[in-house]
Ligand binder design. Structure first.
Ligand code: COA
Length: 253
């Protein structure tokens, strides 16, 4: 079974993270699959709305740590994660997410680019970049302070402290909290409501709502990407990844 499932029903395309045995951590192949799906959906007349989802117990443990330990050589081609971030941050049609359980790193930052996020009451968001010797990505260094206020963003980004669904709702980061077993169905219901509305109006409304931040987000994402790529190769990050891998390769008692 593929690590990313892509399914279209009526005009709603659903992208499901499906690597449960590794807590839906995201590999290069998964970023590529998601970027390709979003890029096709952006221009495909048959798709009017996209929903991203994980599992009732976990949205995503973020970037695959093994991949972080072996970053790709620097070439003129953007890394797969950046292709995905570009696709999600510029996606013109409505984008929804259903999030339950932990949403770590890019598992949280990708949600800054979704229009409607429905969370299970077990959702826990975290951006532990500093703890891993890294820095924010997905323009989260701009979007988190804007959304949460600087103080709460500093707790989330400098200290790497998680925040729960209630706090996320209060900040306006998510749209609604429901029992985990209901989150995916709610996202699908809302997606279907959007899918029958005039698409040009939806696209124009989203464009206007995001207009003030498009250039800033693109510029910030490029700057973060350069810093992230540098920090990824430094000893602090490689030691943190090594410690994670060692802990998880230890025999389970
Ligand atoms: N990359 C690669 N593998 C990961 C992973 C990641 N980001 N997160 C979890 N896994 C793997 C573990 O190695 C483990 O694999 P194994 O069974 O082969 O040993 C499996 O998923 C289960 O993980 P585990 O930590 O035992 O699950 P948990 O339920 O106790 O905790 C999390 C879940 C998400 C809280 C925890 O896995 C975690 O913190 N992961 C790392 C998150 C992270 O730092 N991501 C990078 C952000 S920039």
């Amino acid at each position: 079974m593929s690590d990313v499932l892509i399914d279209r029903s009526d005009a709603v395309l659903t992208i499901t993270l499906n690597r449960l045995e590794k807590k839906n951590s995201i590999t290069v192949a998964m970023y590529t699959a998601m970027a390709d799906a979003l890029n096709s959906a952006a221009t495909d007349d048959a798709t009017r709305v996209v929903v991203l989802q994980g599992h009732e117990t976990i949205f995503s443990a973020g970037n695959d740590i093994g991949d972080f330990m072996n970053p790709p050589a620097v070439t003129s081609d953007p890394p797969a994660a950046f292709r995905f971030l570009h696709a999600i941050s510029t996606f013109p049609k409505p984008l929804l997410a259903s999030v339950c359980g932990p949403a770590v790193g890019i598992g949280t930052t990708m949600l800054f680019h979704c229009d409607l996020v429905y969370a299970g009451d077990n959702a826990a968001f975290s951006m532990p970049f500093v703890n891993l010797g890294l820095c924010p990505e997905a323009a989260s260094s701009y979007l988190a302070p804007k959304l949460m206020g600087y103080g709460r963003a500093a707790e989330a980004l400098l200290l790497g402290e998680p925040f729960l669904a209630e706090a996320a709702l209060e900040m306006g980061f998510i749209s609604r909290i429901v029992p985990p077993s209901e989150a995916a169905a709610l996202a699908q219901r809302q997606a279907r409501k959007l899918a029958v509305k005039p698409l040009s109006s939806l696209i124009e409304t989203k464009r206007l709502m995001k207009k003030g931040q498009v250039a800033i987000v693109a510029e910030r994402m490029a700057e973060e990407g350069a810093s992230f790529g540098r920090l990824l190769r430094e000893p602090a990050a490689q030691q943190a990844f090594g410690a994670f891998m060692q802990k998880h390769s230890a025999p389970k008692s």
